[in-house]
Write a protein that binds this ligand. Structure first.
Ligand SMILES: Nc1nc2c(ncn2[C@@H]2O[C@H](COP(=O)(O)OP(=O)(O)OP(=O)(O)O)[C@@H](O)[C@H]2O)c(=O)[nH]1
Ligand SMILES: [Mg+2]
Length: 260
């Protein structure tokens, strides 16, 4: 893991992008940055091109239309894997994920000591030491409730199941069936976690401070929340059927149980 790539998806983040990219480069100078812009009307894509022109470690993927966070990340993952980057980090452009805390995620990903090897490290708000700053109460409740619901329905161990600050080993991303990840909005984070579990990956959490954006607007919409809820519920129902033990008759009259 010697070629870290930080993927920053953007939609109308002109006021935030330059600061976020500069802070990532300062926090982890070895890390390259890939900005994935969905043709932001505010010119974020042009700004990203200017940043790339001034720093060979910054590159830009321009997408033709706003197609959701999940679709942007999937294209970026394919791009990164093709080019041999490892590890691959997800980080919001809006300042909510502190670049200064990135070494914390990367160190945990590299640890092979008593803490155990992790395939995916999540920057978590909801474990001891994690926190939020200036987040409206309704957003905190939505996030906590969303995490609790996903944890219960999908039987996940992760405390912050909707967190978007993540670092993946490249080989772990290759083991996930990315072609089966279809969630466009923020449910993408849960979708990836669900597929990571299905792939047998080890997930670790480290505490982070999540800071409410100072500039620009959230892209969160009721449709995105509904998409996540409907999908999590459907996966939960599907997994109930999948996990039911199947009885297979043997010729000696006994039977075995297996889990799909
Ligand atoms: N490329 C791309 N990026 C997106 C899209 N939607 C959101 N983003 C980016 O994804 C990151 C997270 O989006 P935010 O709007 O901050 O969503 P959030 O952090 O869940 O919500 P807030 O707490 O309200 O900010 C930001 O960097 C956005 O610019 C999209 O459709 N395409
Ligand atoms: Mg945000």
């Amino acid at each position: 893991m010697s070629r870290p790539l930080v993927v920053i998806p953007t939609y109308n983040e002109r006021e935030n992008l330059a600061d976020t990219v500069a802070r990532v480069r300062a926090a982890v100078p070895a890390a390259s940055v890939l900005v994935v812009d969905d043709s932001s009307p505010d010119g974020t894509g042009d700004l990203a091109d200017q940043l790339a022109a001034g720093d060979p470690a910054v590159q830009v993927l321009h997408r033709t239309a706003k197609d959701g966070l999940g679709a942007a990340y999937l294209e970026a993952f394919a791009w990164a894997l093709e080019r041999g980057f490892d590890p691959i980090v997800q980080l919001d452009a809006d300042g909510s994920h502190l670049p200064e805390q990135l070494p914390r995620l990367l160190e945990r990903l590299e640890a092979t000591d008593a803490a155990g090897r992790a395939d995916l490290v999540i920057g978590s708000r909801w474990i001891p030491g994690g926190s939020i700053e200036n987040w409206p109460r309704h957003r905190e409740l939505l996030s906590r409730w969303g995490s609790a619901y996903a944890r219960a329905v999908l039987r996940l161990d992760t405390r912050d199941a909707t967190a978007g600050y993540r670092a993946f080993r490249a080989d772990a991303l290759r083991r996930i069936r990315l072609e089966d990840v279809h969630t466009r909005g923020y449910g993408f984070q849960v979708d990836m976690l669900w597929h990571a579990r299905e792939a047998g990956l080890t997930v670790a959490e480290v505490p982070v401070t999540f800071v409410e954006r100072a500039h620009g607007r959230s892209k969160m919409t009721p449709a995105i929340v509904v998409e996540a809820m409907v999908r999590v519920t459907a996966w939960g129902i599907r997994s109930l059927f999948k996990r039911r033990p199947r009885r297979a008759a043997r010729s000696d009259g006994s039977s075995t149980s297996s889990h799909a």
